[in-house]
Design a protein around this ligand. Structure first.
Ligand SMILES: *Cc1c(COP(=O)(O)O)cnc(C)c1O
Length: 366
């Protein structure tokens, strides 16, 4: 690609004033405070990718017959830009998000956005709204690229027009209370994904399917729902939006293998590498729920944690299901391996420690 940008930049005529922004950034919450700008780009069968721009963030006007509203042809990504110590900001493995966005697009029969356009859109938005990256531990600019079928048509077939959008949200720590363990409700009634389905794609439809069991987790006093495999209901898969790791007494780690029912987390992949770097054996192998319960009770499984971009690493304490309740470790605080891996990863993401794998992409100072 040449040096000319694929995106026109139309700055917000009346952005939020610096003093007001500073007040808002003191307590940003998660996913409720948005920046001044957004990126958009269109795709049509005739014109391909076109009309890229950065412009003032505003509502998207839609015809009621827009395809996504009826058949949910939509995919998304989640990534973070961190403020780094020596100034400027950094993205963590953005090339992996670009590649995953293309593979999600393939599964949902959507056009693949070339990686260089995905990355340019992300970097432009972070540079334009860099002042919205909150200061403080656990804080970041959460980026939400997404794409949906924008064609006005009620027939059932892949749409012929799509809109790609990137918005950004200033966020604090995902789970209030930081590293306090979360509780899981293991669903024996519902599955997140089935063989041959869309479980490995990052699409809104998977989340829609997870909301009823998530509500059941909440009404059982738990924070998150943990899904089992749809075929046998025996093996642990993942949470609605996070992968799982189990730490064994001998220091080895187990995580469910990537199948078409598990989302290939970039945090998961990074932690496998960091754990191996630190001398842990990591096995990607099926782990049965009954085995987990037995191992937690016997002390063979000493720690369990969930991971994903939003919450990074979150310890699991209490586990409930209709088959009984148990705790992992003492249930009250994160175990040492969980804490160590969390810190190692966060320090790399924030540019505070050696980036041996070349994962951090630094962006210019604002
Ligand atoms: C996004 C997501 C994850 C975590 O992926 P990361 O790349 O680590 O953020 C895990 N499971 C599901 C279902 C997801 O949608």
């Amino acid at each position: 690609m040449s040096n000319t940008s694929s995106f026109a930049v139309e700055r917000h005529p009346t952005p939020v004033a610096a003093s007001e922004r500073a007040t808002l950034l003191e307590n940003p919450g998660f996913g409720q405070l948005f920046t001044d700008h957004m990126v958009t780009m269109r795709w049509s069968e005739d014109a391909g990718w076109h009309d890229g721009k950065v412009s003032a963030r505003k509502p998207i006007e839609m015809d009621p017959a827009t395809a996504v509203l009826h058949y949910a042809q939509e995919i998304f990504e989640g990534m973070k830009a961190y403020r780094i110590e020596e100034g400027g900001s950094a993205l963590f493995r953005p090339d992996r998000n670009a590649a995953r966005f293309r593979s999600s697009a393939r599964r949902l029969a959507m056009p693949e956005l070339p990686d260089e356009l995905f990355l340019e859109a992300i970097e432009l938005l972070v540079e334009t709204d860099a002042d919205w990256i909150p200061p403080g531990e656990g804080a970041a600019l959460y980026l939400r690229p997404f794409m949906f079928a924008s064609e006005v048509f009620l027939g059932v077939r892949p749409a012929k027009e799509y809109l790609f959008v990137v918005i950004a949200s200033s966020v604090g720590a995902y789970f209030k209370g930081g590293a306090a363990p979360i509780s899981l409700w293991v669903s024996h009634d519902y599955n997140r994904a089935g063989p041959g389905g869309t479980g490995a794609a990052k699409c809104g439809g998977n989340y829609a399917a997870s909301l009823l069991p998530h509500g059941q987790a909440l009404s059982n006093g738990c924070d998150q729902v943990c899904f089992l495999d749809a075929a046998t209901h025996e093996y642990i898969e993942e949470l609605g939006g996070m992968n799982l790791f189990f730490v064994m007494e001998d220091g080895s780690l187990v995580t469910p293998p990537l199948t078409d029912t598990i989302l290939e987390g970039i945090t998961r992949d990074s932690l496998i590498q960091l754990a191996r770097d630190a001398g842990h054996e990591v096995r990607e192998e099926p782990y049965a729920f009954a085995q987990w319960m037995e191992d937690a009770q016997s002390g063979r499984c000493t720690e369990t944690f969930a991971c994903g971009t939003a919450a990074v690493v979150t310890p699991v304490g209490t586990v409930k299901s209709e088959k009984g309740t148990f705790t992992v470790g003492d249930g009250a605080k994160a175990g040492p391996t969980t804490v160590k891996l969390h810190q190692t990863l966060e320090r790399i993401q924030r540019g505070e420690s050696n980036d041996a794998h070349g994962w951090v992409k630094r962006l210019g100072e604002s």
